[in-house]
Write a protein that binds this ligand. Structure first.
Ligand code: DGJ
Length: 721
């Protein structure tokens, strides 16, 4: 619907053609990205920075940085685009041919800059969608030609941005399974730094598809010029940062061209994924808040809508359950007071039952031994207990021990003349093949048609591509990385047309799929299989830079040895849920959790939709502190975690942000375990926990420290009427 409206508006406003002499200004509330043409009529990027008060002054800007540099002519650095023409000529010379600006609404406008080769019939259109209030720009490129036969694209960036600063500092996020999103910052040096992935089915694992780029010096949460950026693509990505001899930084971003030469047919449009960025002049905190607002309003499915709290059974049972055990677990969900029970892996397949990860994947029929009365019975039982029922699937994958493998060997990505290569004992289905797309669609559609009461899906994808070969693509093997993701999007597009609202969690063996390309179709994502609350602070901290709280699922589990309170406080930072044996809770633990859920329900709107302020980073101190403040500044939630403060004895107050200095606030601890003291340790006001916003932001709040182990506190901050 959103898309239709956009098209309609585009048609209405299209065609305001600019003279090529005047600068092309892409503005948001605080930033401006400005292009001009040079004497050869090439497009140059003359500016990206703080918006000027007087737009006339953009005329004074000058630069020789070609905006979107093609390969093959006079370029000596990394190109944005490279094409091999029908006659074997590997060059492109792009000249400015026009600009169209369309206003979607008061907040959003799209600028389309048209470039054409002066000899070969190739058009390149650069798109910039500017979101004014959020200070976010989305960029993508469309490439089209009408040569006689397909041309070959070997490089196809979504964006090329250039900066002229003294120094550049890059913050990247790396990791592995169970260790997602570790932050690393380094100064860029001459030459090229590349961050990329070649995983095929996902973007994130060893390197994450997002970064911060700080200008001149490292930015902090509140100070410094910094660009936060990410690519909306669920496959191979590449960001390259090249400092040229004139100290210009070229940032080229897009799908990874690795092994992906694309044969583009005449008149077909090759559209690259959106590269999304925001430029903050007040540090990383502002950059995150910009992205959060943009994502909730424009990108994430139902980003401003409700979310269900749930009890999952993965860590509680793994594959070891049956119908009776599940119904028992429903009791736990009911006692806790969550909205939904989520049945995880292990419920399907009969010839090769899914009792471990070695068999059954692909055979999406209920296992008759475990579930003699099938899913319908589970849905019914859940409803009787006042909760909804959700289910796990991994429809893009197959175990060699499955009927699907036996019946459709041609649907599987595997090399001829080579042994199959397994990861988690499974293989990847060929999502480039329309028959496979139909199969995947049907897995979901048939389940939802049979059980329309299903209230939630967790969509998993547990392995990357290796030894891949598509029997469908034939000679176009180099299309597999791109066509796989397009096939996945096609299925999601079709599913969303039929089931526009069903909440679906995006999961990929932990946090393998954490990108805004997929988040158009999903309501939330699973950040990591590591649910140890100590590690989770770092993982969630890192995701919070780029994703809003209501998209990040945190489950309270039995992993790690922290107290239930600590685990609950950590999970409450974003979208809280459970994956634990509730029947093993003591009475006190159950009462604590029930109360925590009630408080969460009361405060979740502040956590999900409030402005997030990261106050103390666990990367800098042995504690972490953050807060959310709602729009009216009348409610806030403050989290503080002491993590191994034993030798440091940190007692200095934590300074708040985002409050109204003129308002008076009451600070009240929640998630307090029975019998424990609460309130501030040596609080500045003693038992009087009322302070002005001014005081809390200038003096700060004294949080009781840990006693050598880990401790945590959550406070509700409410304005006094
Ligand atoms: C990987 C996911 O990250 C887990 O949460 C769980 O769903 C398993 N897959 C199930 O196989």
């Amino acid at each position: 619907m959103k898309r239709l409206l956009y098209l309609f508006v585009l048609i209405l406003f299209c065609g305001s053609l600019f003279a090529q002499e005047s600068p092309i200004i892409i503005e948001t509330q605080n930033t401006a990205l400005v292009y001009k043409t040079d004497r050869q009529n090439k497009l140059v990027q003359v500016y990206f920075g703080q918006k000027l008060n007087d737009a006339e002054e953009y005329n004074k800007l000058f630069s020789m940085n070609e905006a979107y540099v093609p390969a093959g002519m006079d370029n000596l650095h990394e190109p944005a685009l490279r094409i091999l023409h029908n006659d074997g000529n590997p060059s492109l010379s792009l000249k400015f041919d026009g600009v169209e600006i369309s206003k979607v609404d008061e907040n959003v406008s799209v600028t389309q800059i048209i470039l054409k080769d002066d000899v070969y019939p190739v058009d390149v259109k650069l798109f910039f969608k500017a979101f004014k209030n959020e200070d976010v720009i989305e960029t993508w490129t469309e490439i089209q030609h009408n040569e006689k036969k397909p041309v070959v694209l070997t490089h196809f960036a979504s964006s090329m941005l250039q900066f002229d600063k003294r120094d550049y500092w890059l913050t990247q996020f790396h990791g592995d399974w169970n260790k997602e999103m570790l932050m690393q910052e380094s100064q860029l040096t001459s030459g090229i730094k590349v961050i990329d992935s070649k995983l095929g089915t996902r973007a994130n694992k060893f390197q994450a598809p997002m970064f911060f780029l700080s200008m001149n010096e490292p930015s902090t949460e509140t100070e410094g010029e910094v660009v936060a950026a990410t690519l909306a693509w669920t496959g191979n990505f590449k960001f390259s940062f090249e400092i040229t001899p004139t100290n210009t930084l070229r940032v080229i971003s897009g799908m990874n061209p690795y092994a992906s030469e694309y044969h583009l047919k005449p008149n077909d449009v090759f559209k690259t994924p959106e590269f999304i960025y925001t430029y903050s002049f007040n540090g990383k905190g502002q950059a995150s808040r910009n992205l959060h607002k943009w994502a909730q309003k424009y990108q994430v499915l139902d980003g401003e809508g409700e979310r269900l709290t749930l009890l999952n059974n993965w860590e509680a049972t793994y594959f070891d359950f049956n119908e009776d055990r599940l119904v028992e677990l429903f009791d736990g969900a009911q006692k806790l007071g969550v909205d939904l029970f989520l049945l995880d892996d292990g419920w399907f397949a009969n010839k090769y039952p899914r009792n471990s990860d070695r068999a059954g994947l692909g055979d999406w029929q209920e296992n008759k031994e475990k579930l003699p009365h099938r899913i319908g019975y589970l849905v019914e039982q859940a409803e009787k207990k006042g909760i909804r029922f959700g289910i796990w699937i991994e429809p893009e994958m197959v175990n060699p021990k499955s009927e699907l493998y036996e019946n459709h060997p041609d649907w599987i990505l595997k090399l001829p003349n080579r042994p199959e290569h397994y990861s988690r004992n499974q293989l990847v289905l060929d999502m480039a093949n329309p028959e496979v797309q139909t199969f995947v669609f049907d897995v979901v559609d048939q389940m939802l048609t049979k059980h329309p009461e299903i209230g939630f899906i967790k969509w998993d994808c547990n392995r990357e591509m290796t030894n891949e070969y598509s029997q469908y693509l034939g000679e176009n093997q180099s299309h597999i990385y791109i066509d796989y993701v397009k096939g996945f999007y096609k299925v999601m597009e079709d599913l969303r047309e039929k089931y526009p609202e069903l909440p679906i969690m995006l999961c990929s063996g932990g946090g393998g799929r954490t990108d805004y390309g997929a988040m158009k179709y999903f309501t939330e994502f699973w950040p990591s299989d590591n649910t140890d609350a100590y590690d989770r602070i770092f993982i969630q901290w890192a995701y919070s830079y780029f994703f809003p709280a209501n998209t990040i699922c945190n489950h309270i589990t039995s992993m790690g040895d922290q107290s239930l309170k600590f685990r609950t406080d950590v999970a409450m930072m974003d979208k809280m849920g459970y994956d634990i044996r509730v029947e093993e809770f003591t009475e006190e633990e159950l009462a604590f959790s029930q109360q925590a859920l009630k408080d969460y329900d009361r405060l979740k709107d502040v956590i999900w939709f409030g402005d997030m302020y990261r106050l103390i980073s666990p990367y800098e101190e042995s504690r972490a502190a953050l807060m959310y403040v709602n729009e009216s500044k009348e409610k806030a939630v403050f989290f503080c975690f002491d993590i191994y403060t034993y030798r440091e004895n940190i007692t200095n107050p934590v300074k708040f942000q985002g409050l109204d200095p003129d308002k008076k606030y009451e600070v009240k601890e929640i998630n307090v375990q029975q019998g424990r003291r609460f309130g501030p340790f040596m609080g500045p006001g003693g038992d009087n926990n009322v302070f002005s916003g001014d005081y809390l932001m200038k003096v700060g709040y004294n949080v009781r420290g840990g006693r050598g182990d880990m401790s945590s506190h959550v406070y509700e901050i409410s304005v006094l009427e």
